[in-house]
Design a protein around this ligand. Structure first.
Ligand code: GAR
Length: 203
């Protein structure tokens, strides 16, 4: 059974999709806690609404990574809540060695582009500005690079002439909300096999 911690920094719609999939019985997992590096993040309100422990952690003095004392505190929190798998869902920090090693092969992320294109910040906007005709989202294992981990699931959307960044992002988010619970369920069923960076999903 996946005993999840979900990490976020913002609105948490992907987290909500995971909560909803569990409630609907399409994802066999339990959310042990929801963590955010931003006290105001709406993802924490979602946790409270569903009676899931909502935990804010201060990452100072680091601006863009989770490291040092904060990392140690997070590791302790995860142990206290009996977490065996981490889902990053709009978590806007780079995860460093301590967490990577403790949860090796047990931490995944969702990114708003078809990786390896447009990694890093604002993947959706990068693709829109570049002028690609198709983009999408990627669920991938987390490794030491930025959005470089082995790919588990991708969904594609078209960028049509009449699309604005906003309408494109709406389509993209709708696909994310399908792709993330789906990938987690494949993992939960033990169907995700990994050979190097190649992932296959057993039928
Ligand atoms: C999602 O679009 C996710 O792909 C993106 O942040 C958004 C979070 O939305 N993640 C990244 O850009 C990570 N590099 P949410 O808080 O509503 O789930």
């Amino acid at each position: 059974m996946l005993k999840l911690a979900i990490f976020g920094s913002g609105s948490g719609t992907n987290c909500q999709a995971i909560i909803d999939a569990i409630a609907a019985g399409t994802l066999d997992a339990e959310i042990k806690c929801i963590l955010a590096d931003n006290e105001e993040a709406y993802i924490l309100e979602r946790a409270k609404k569903h009676n899931i422990p909502a935990i804010y952690f201060d990452c100072a003095p680091f601006k863009s990574k989770l490291d040092g004392e904060a990392e140690q505190k997070v590791l302790q929190t995860l142990e206290e809540h009996d977490v065996n798998f981490i889902a990053l869902a709009g978590f806007m920090r780079i995860v460093k060695d301590g967490l990577l090693k403790a949860y090796e092969g047990r931490m995944i992320n969702i990114h708003p582009s078809l990786l390896p294109s447009f990694p890093g910040l604002d993947g959706g906007k990068q693709a829109f500005d570049y002028g690609v005709k198709f983009t999408g989202c990627t669920v991938h294992f987390v490794d030491a690079g930025v959005d470089t981990g082995a790919i588990i699931n991708q969904k594609i959307i078209s960028i049509d002439d009449e699309d604005t960044l906003e309408t494109m992002m709406n389509k993209l988010h709708a696909q994310e909300h399908i792709a993330y619970p789906e990938a987690l369920q494949w993992i939960s069923e033990g169907r995700v096999k990994r050979e190097g960076r190649k992932i296959s999903v057993q039928i």
